[in-house]
Ligand binder design. Structure first.
Ligand code: SF4
Ligand code: SF4
Length: 279
């Protein structure tokens, strides 16, 4: 059976907030009977763009992660709601606006903090996957339609096909330890969850300090070679997707005609090692 899935590419999100505004445009002051009451103008973020920064000046990297209800297959909110939150056959999880009236405790039932309390309407609310539009034949919800970079997309496929898509594109779920089987998947989540080692390399060319373009940097852990990169024309390099707090690494920095440099790094969080000068 086909179900809806949302795929979010963290590398493509530029924090333009078009998705957030599209969600507001669709739901603020609009009542969708059977789906959800109007969303309040302020306070609710049914699509919430989280931000993280990595590294130290001048090598800093900022990433954004839009977050919605995960439309979990094994949803704790449904277990807590006694019939007032349901999972539809197409995978969408909906809070029944009539049955959930007067139940603020349901906000705490979601481990992803995706449920918001609407004081004026006296109901818990969250992302509906724009089910009122899907039921009219729309092929994507408003936030996905509004994203100018293609950071958000949907797949309406059966589980086997979704597993294949996940494998091919290296998709991950948020907080897999919650064991809720989310139907929202992330691409390039390493920008949020992993670390980098970066730096610059310079050479002394007869008394002139110059950027070491093309210098080769090889990363080792316990003498095992993990990866190798080549510095850009500013002599800058970055080795990404390393686990935080993962111990000691060594970098071998080589350029023909210069003495090889070795730098040791204790990796706790993303690290800019500064400028290494090859003599
Ligand atoms: Fe329920 Fe939270 Fe899962 Fe959404 S993310 S289905 S609100 S438990
Ligand atoms: Fe808002 Fe619809 Fe996107 Fe959910 S799917 S965040 S309700 S626009």
């Amino acid at each position: 059976m086909k179900q809806w899935h949302l795929i979010i590419d963290v590398e493509k999100c530029v924090d333009c907030n078009n998705c957030f505004l599209a969600c507001k445009d669709e739901h603020v002051d609009n009542d969708w009977p059977g789906y959800t009451r109007p969303q309040p103008r302020h306070g609710h973020r049914w699509i919430n763009i989280m931000r993280t920064e990595r590294g130290q000046y001048p090598i800093i990297d900022v990433a954004y992660r839009p977050t919605t209800c995960m439309h979990c297959q094994d949803a704790p909110c449904i277990k807590a709601a006694g019939g007032s939150i349901v999972k539809r056959p197409d995978g969408v999880v909906l809070i029944d606006p009539d049955k959930a009236k007067g139940r603020p405790e349901l906000v705490k039932a979601c481990p992803y903090q995706a449920i918001w309390w609407n004081e004026e309407q006296d109901v818990p609310q969250k992302c509906t996957f724009c089910a009122h539009l899907l039921d009219q034949g729309w092929k994507k919800p408003r936030c996905v339609q509004a994203c100018p970079t293609g950071a958000l997309k949907v797949e309406y496929v059966a589980d086997a096909e979704m597993s294949r898509i996940c494998q091919t594109n290296n998709l991950e779920v948020l907080q897999p330890e919650y064991n809720t089987q989310p139907r929202v998947f992330y691409q390039n989540l390493y920008r949020f969850t992993k670390c980098f080692i970066a730096g610059s390399v310079a050479v002394n060319n007869n008394g002139v300090i110059d950027c070491a373009e093309g210098v080769r940097i090889t990363l080792f852990s316990d003498r095992e070679k993990l990866s190798a990169v080549v510095a850009d024309n500013f002599g800058d390099f970055k080795i990404d997707n390393l686990p935080g707090n993962s111990g000691q690494y060594s970098l071998e920095i080589e350029k023909s005609g210069f003495k090889k440099a070795t730098v040791t790094v204790e990796l706790t969080t993303s690290q800019n090692i500064g400028t290494v000068y090859l003599g």
